[in-house]
Design a protein around this ligand. Sequence first.
Ligand code: ADP
Ligand code: MG
Length: 677
Amino acid sequence: MKNTIEGFGEKVFGLPLMEARLSAPTFASLKKTIDTGSMLDASIADEVAEAMKEWAMEKGATHYTHWFQPLTGATAEKHDAFIFPDFKGGVVTSFSGDELIQGEPDASSFPSGGLRATFEARGYTGWDPTSPAFIKYDDAGAATLTIPTVFCGYNGEALDKKTPLLRSMKALSEQTVRLGKLFGVDCGDTMAKATLGSEQEYFLIDEDLVAARPDILQTGRTLFGKGASKHQQLDDHYFGSIKSRVAAFMADLDAELWKLGVPAKTRHNEVCPAQFEIAPVFETLNISVDHNMITMDVLRTTAEKHGFVCLLHEKPFAGVNGSGKHNNWSIMGPDGKNWLKPADNPHEYAKFMTIVVALMKAVDTHADLLRASVASAGNDHRLGANEAPPAVVSIFLGDQLTDVIEQIEAGGASSSQDGGFIHLGVDLLPKLPRGNTDRNRTSPFAFVGNRFEFRAVGSNQSPAGANIVLNTIVAEAFDYICTEVEAGVEKGGEFNAVLQDVLAAVIKEHKRILFNGDNYTQEWLDEAAKRGLPNLKNTEESLEVLATQKAKDIFAKYGVLSNVELESRYNTYTEVYETLIAIEVNTALDIAKTMIVPAAVTAINEYSSVAAVAGITDEISSLLEKTVAGIAALEAAEGATAEIAAMNELRASVDALEALVPADIWPLPTYSEMLLG
Ligand code: ADP
Ligand code: MG
């Protein structure tokens, strides 16, 4: 019986290939760097580079590229050929260790948020040996050895999303290992790891229809469009039979992802027609982030091959569900175990509860930072739209776990739900149900049996941002708890009693972050306001968090982002946001002026001689006037908030026109064509 997937990882220079193609000492040295995060021994780089080149050339590659993740949220690459002059008029193939380890892309075209002005114009890419290199084929079939890298300025200041992600993983690992030691887990210099599985939602729309929609082409979403009469209200799409063309697409998608070593596992239809989801098996966080970036890329290219356009925008269509990216996050201790899996023995159970309590502290203290990490123009349409969690961040623990938390807060000695007594680390706490118990889909941050799921990440965003914040705030909370417990024990306290007191105090301070009810209701938003939980409604408000002293302090303290690096993120994200809104405004104006107004005029002319439709003609005329006024108002609007309001106003008149103008005159493919076609 076969127990492998044909072709899985065939385009990846992963551990098995490294072991097969490198000398034993080189492989051992590289593996140590990967496992422990220790410095790469530069003397092995030449051998690794040569082995990578040979393998890549066997796969047809003539070029290599340092692949990196600039602050735009996309990926970038610059290609170099494996050649070196032989000084006889020809070339030999060559790829040196230096070329593997460091590259110098033209950095000027990537945002630095002011960092480069203060330092140096150049940018450097540096190999991330923990994430395997892979072969990427372009549309013409040309192969390129693609090497995951970080992207930094001359003095090492991070210009990308991978550098702070790796730093945040290191900070989390250090505090996790320290926490483990309190509970008797000591695994030498083995690191702890954060793990991630990100569920990815997307839309597939026929490419011919998209070609006739300048708004989708330029902004990724529809700026106009009257809802179809039948869309998701029938709920018949969810898990419905996947139409054969989509099925062919999905088969192709999985096959390609598997070749690239991406463990794509789950695929299904989503709530909205034309909307789908793909989920991988979880992996070490930075690899999973790279794999999500690859997945988004392969989604787009595979869609093209099948005559679709894949829309990753958070809200491509008004009135139907948007797309998110559920961020399933956990911690794998240095012992290789999932520390968010409720354990059976009292000691491990106490460790598990300590981590849950630390998460309460982390999320409550930095709910604003988590919110800021998912802020984008696209996600503004989604958060709080009764399909995605509200902008208020809270934690769902479920009834049983909440009960245990309450017991610990009360002193840890009263009876539990199933009648036992709780004394941290000594008695057995009530058994928690395993597996996927949470069916409360409305919470932004939910415990789901063996991990936390942060559901506010946008479909189009790199998962890096949210996880940089998550790792850092949890590292801080672990640090706090370790410091308190260590001090208590130092003073002669008994470990379990000290831990009990520390956790009870943290719970008391941060329990306002817990909410198990329906997060979509107005009652909750009112209650959250009473509890003083932040409700940052849009990107502009959210990004301000990055400029606060609290944010500067925590990122600097844990070595994740220096103050100037954080400031550069604030500048870049603000600029990206304003640019995106400006593109939407210009596109909306173009469409309204050159497509909608002429269509309305044509309709009025066609109808003008027919008395029977005089009423309709009048309605069209009056909406046309509104549209023209709306255009003027949008042209006059200044600043993102005013521009968005003016766009919505203009859209209302245009969508009303769509209901009256004859279908053969209407210049844009309709929602029903795109979503139900
Ligand atoms: P659901 O839709 O019920 O949330 P899915 O199977 O679609 O479930 O997605 C769950 C995701 O959570 C998968 O990517 C899965 O691999 C991931 N996951 C499971 N265990 C862990 C873990 N320990 N750490 C991180 N992610 C995990
Ligand atoms: Mg999920």
